[in-house]
Design a protein around this ligand. Structure first.
Ligand code: FES
Length: 122
């Protein structure tokens, strides 16, 4: 786990996204309905930033919409909710410490975002 400060909380718009360019990856920090999310800022359909899209509830899920072709991505899991994108984008754990927003781009938040309904086993 390697949380690093990516921005100030006040930099992130209400119901919107902030693009943060880190050394290895660009991250969209999204604030929506009182929650913060962090996901890779690159649509899985083509190389355009998701942070330029709108955030909205779609089918009960908080999503961000790709501005280019309209695929929406679940902010909790990174899964696309509609075509043309078919692949998920990475989502990362995010937390707030005081006025700082910290993101761990080495971890995958989608596993923890989805409530495990059964123990993994084989
Ligand atoms: S580039 Fe995002 S849906 Fe096509």
């Amino acid at each position: 786990m390697a949380f690093e400060r990516v921005c100030a909380l006040s930099d992130v718009p209400e119901s919107g996204a902030l693009r943060v360019e880190l050394a290895d990856v660009d991250v969209a920090v999204v604030r929506f309905e009182g929650q913060l999310y962090a996901l890779e800022d690159r649509c899985s359909h083509a190389d355009v930033p998701l942070s330029e899209g709108d955030v909205e509830v779609l089918g009960g899920a908080p999503t961000i919409e790709c501005f280019l072709h309209g695929s929406c991505f679940d902010l909790r899991t990174g899964e696309p909710t509609n075509l043309p994108a078919t692949e998920p984008v990475d989502v990362y754990p995010v937390r707030v410490e005081g006025e700082d927003v910290l993101v761990d781009t080495e971890a995958d938040a989608s596993a923890s975002a989805v409530q495990p309904s059964h123990a993994a086993g084989n």
